[in-house]
Design a protein around this ligand. Structure first.
Ligand code: NAP
Length: 248
């Protein structure tokens, strides 16, 4: 599954799942653009690890919720490298709370980052991928987008929105040999989930048939498959990486 010669952009690659995806794509030979928003040191560490393993990587800062900055960043990547072959829309945040108490800005922030961010990045790469007649786009949704969760109406709505975005883009871009798929992780050990109380973690674990929380590398493996030639005939699909907690 060589990605030699391919340029890959992974949003939110400084930590967690995005970090593992960036490392995996690098190990497959891709040149990786490691996006981050607030932690340059973490992004630099990821790029250095990719370099050390023998592949090329560079960091690029932009806030996916900022349309102007994101569009300009992708233009620069295209100017510098001439192409973008792989886009992984991974950047995401949570702003949890029950809907009755949820302030509008917490809804807007999550939708702007987790859903509109993916729209903006996809739009920014689509034309170049269409010209190349080759592209791979992978959207990181969540089990929560499929089943919902009390206290996460904003997050669930954004992640469910990614399902519609993925399937629509898959239809729009298929004729140009561009596949658009998604991965729906269950509960994965990252900064996003590390502050769950022991009681909640235990409750979640008890609902997972495989009996353990997942790792970022588990998700990276699914992304690696979707961007590889083995998945050339797969588009508009979601891979559930959730230990069996939801069987879609
Ligand atoms: P994480 O550890 O909190 O890392 C979030 C990453 O996103 C960081 O690299 C962060 O950059 C970046 N980011 C946040 N807001 C951004 C923005 N506006 N623009 C650009 N980058 C931004 O999260 P994670 O657990 O790895 O989650 C990654 C994705 O998987 C998210 O979409 C999440 O919803 C999804 N997911 C996670 C789980 C889970 O259990 N962890 C389950 C299902 C789905 P900085 O380091 O610069 O802040």
């Amino acid at each position: 599954m060589s990605l030699q010669g391919k340029i890959a952009v992974v949003t939110g690659a400084s930590r967690g799942i995005g970090r593992a995806v960036a490392l995996r794509l690098g190990s497959m030979g891709a040149q990786v653009l490691v996006n981050y928003v607030s932690r340059p040191d973490a992004a630099r560490e990821v790029a250095a690890a990719i370099n050390q393993a023998g592949a090329q990587a560079e960091i690029c800062a932009f806030n996916v919720a900022d349309t102007e900055a994101t569009t300009a960043a992708f233009k620069k990547i295209l100017d510098d490298h001439g192409r973008i072959d792989i886009l992984v829309n991974n950047a995401g945040i949570t702003r949890d709370g029950l809907l009755v108490k949820m302030e509008e800005n917490r809804w807007d922030e999550v939708l702007a980052t987790n859903l509109k961010g993916a729209f903006t990045c996809t739009k920014a790469v689509s034309r170049a991928m269409m010209k190349q007649r080759w592209g791979r786009i992978v959207n990181i949704s969540s089990v929560i987008g499929f089943v919902g969760n009390a206290g996460q109406a904003n997050y669930a709505a954004a992640k469910a929105g990614l399902i519609g975005l993925t399937r629509s883009m898959a239809r729009e871009l298929a004729a140009r040999n561009i596949t658009v798929n998604g991965v729906a992780p269950g509960f994965i050990l990252t900064d996003m989930t590390k502050n769950l109380s022991a009681t909640i973690s235990e409750k979640i674990r008890s609902e997972i048939p495989l009996g353990v929380l997942g790792t970022a590398e588990d998700v990276a493996g699914a992304v690696a498959y979707l961007v590889s030639d083995d998945a050339r005939y797969v588009t508009g699909q979601f891979i559930h990486v959730n230990g069996g907690m939801y069987m879609g």
